[in-house]
Design a protein around this ligand. Structure first.
Ligand SMILES: NC(=O)c1ccc[n+]([C@@H]2O[C@H](COP(=O)([O-])OP(=O)(O)OC[C@H]3O[C@@H](n4cnc5c(N)ncnc54)[C@H](O)[C@@H]3O)[C@@H](O)[C@H]2O)c1
Length: 312
C-alpha cells in the first residue's frame, strides 16, 4: 500500500511512518520541517519538502497514494493564540488543500489528526464523542473546522474520511526543547537533569495520556475499518484513564530513580482541569483499544531520552 503521511517528520507522524514501513508500506512524507526533523525518517520514506497549504506540493506528494494520514499542523495552542492567521492557514487551509488533492488524485481514505481540544473542557467525564463541542482556542477551532471538512468531503464526494481526536500523546521523539513543549518531555528532561520540574497550578489537574504507539495503532485501524461504520466520523483516541500531574511525577521519579521536588508556578490561562476520554466508540467501530499501560509507556519514553543522551 502506498500512503502519504503529512507531518511525517514530526513526533506522531514519524512513529507512524516507522510502523507503515515495518508493515511493508511504500510511504511518502510531506513536511515543511517547521517543527519536524528529517532525521526522524531518514531513509524510510520519500520526502517532499513543502507546505500542506500549497496545492502543487500536495498534488505531487499524494499522486498514486491510496491512503492519506494527515497530521501536518501547527499543533501548539499557545502559538495559535499568538498567530491565529498562520494557524488557520496551515490547519484549516492545509486540511482543505489535502482533502481536495486526495479527492482529485483518487485516494480512497484520509485519516485526519484532530484533537481532544475540540471539547473545550467537557463537563461529562469520561467524555464521549457526542459531548458538546466548544473549542476555546484558535487551534481547537482549526481542528474542529478540519473535522467538518472531512465529514463534508465524505458526504459530498464519497472520499472516505476518519477523524481521530487525540488526547495528550506522549512517547519517543516528543521533544522538550521548544517553547511549546508538552508536559511529559518537560518533566522527564527536568528529572534526568536533576532540576525541579515546573508544575503550573496545584498539580491535581488530570489528563488522559496516550502512548504514541497506541496513537499509531489507532491510525492503522482507522485506515482499514469498514467505511460503512466509520467514514465521516470522529473518534476519541486515548489511554482511557486520567492521571494528575503529581501522579505523573511520582511514576517518573520511580522509573528514573530520583526525587526532585517540583516548583509550583501560576496556573496557565485556558488550561482545562480534567480530561478523560470515553474510548468505547473507537473500540466498537475501529477495533482499536490501547495496549500500553501508562507505566510502560513512560518507561519507554525515559529509555528514549536516555539513549539520546539527555537532553537539550
Ligand atoms: N501531540 C499531541 O498530544 C496531539 C494531541 C492532539 C492532536 N495532535 C495532532 O497530531 C498531529 C501531529 O502532532 P505532533 O505532536 O506529532 O506535532 P509535531 O509538531 O511534532 O508534528 C507536526 C509535523 O507537521 C509539520 N508541519 C507543520 N506545519 C506544516 C505545514 N504547514 N505544512 C507541512 N508540514 C507542516 C511539522 O514540521 C512537523 O513535522 C497534529 O495535527 C496535531 O494537531 C497532537
Amino acid at each position: 500500500m502506498r500512503a502519504l503521511v503529512t507531518g511525517g517528520a514530526g513526533f506522531i507522524g514519524s512513529n507512524l511512518v516507522g510502523a507503515l514501513v515495518d508493515a511493508g508500506g511504500d510511504v511518502v512524507v510531506l513536511d515543511d520541517l517547521s517543527t519536524g526533523f528529517a532525521e526522524n525518517i531518514a531513509g524510510a520514506a520519500t520526502v517532499v519538502e513543502g507546505e500542506v497549504s500549497d496545492p502543487d506540493a500536495v498534488a505531487r506528494a499524494v499522486a498514486g497514494c491510496e491512503i492519506v494520514f494527515h497530521l501536518a499542523a501547527h499543533r501548539a495552542v499557545l502559538r495559535s493564540v499568538e498567530q491565529p492567521l498562520e494557524t488557520d492557514r496551515a490547519n484549516v487551509g492545509g486540511t482543505l488543500t489535502v482533502l481536495v488533492a486526495a479527492r482529485d488524485a483518487g485516494a480512497r481514505r484520509v485519516v485526519y489528526a484532530s484533537s481532544s481540544s475540540v471539547y473545550g473542557g467537557a463537563e461529562q467525564l469520561p467524555t464521549p464523542e457526542t459531548a458538546p463541542l466548544l473549542p476555546r482556542s484558535p487551534y481547537a477551532v482549526s481542528k474542529l473546522a478540519g473535522e467538518h471538512y472531512c465529514r463534508v468531503f465524505w458526504e459530498l464526494f464519497g472520499l472516505e474520511t476518519v477523524a481521530l481526536r487525540y488526547f495528550n500523546v506522549y512517547g519517543p521523539r516528543q521533544r522538550p526543547d521548544s517553547r511549546y513543549a508538552a508536559v511529559i518531555p518537560l518533566f522527564v528532561d527536568a528529572l534526568l537533569r536533576g532540576v525541579p520540574p515546573e508544575v503550573h497550578g496545584d498539580g491535581l489537574q488530570s489528563r488522559d495520556f496516550t502512548f504514541v504507539a497506541d496513537a499509531v495503532a489507532a491510525n492503522l485501524r482507522a485506515a482499514e475499518a469498514p467505511a460503512r461504520r466509520c467514514a465521516g466520523r470522529a473518534y476519541n483516541v486515548a489511554g482511557g484513564a486520567a492521571y494528575s500531574l503529581l501522579d505523573l511525577l511520582a511514576i517518573l521519579e520511580r522509573i528514573i530513580g530520583v526525587g526532585v521536588p517540583p516548583s509550583f508556578a501560576a496556573p496557565r490561562a485556558g488550561d482545562v482541569r480534567h480530561t478523560q476520554a470515553d474510548i468505547g466508540a473507537a473500540a466498537a467501530e475501529l477495533g482499536h483499544r490501547p495496549s500500553v499501560s501508562f507505566e510502560e509507556g513512560l518507561a519507554r519514553t525515559v529509555e528514549w531520552f536516555r539513549a539520546r543522551g539527555v537532553s537539550r
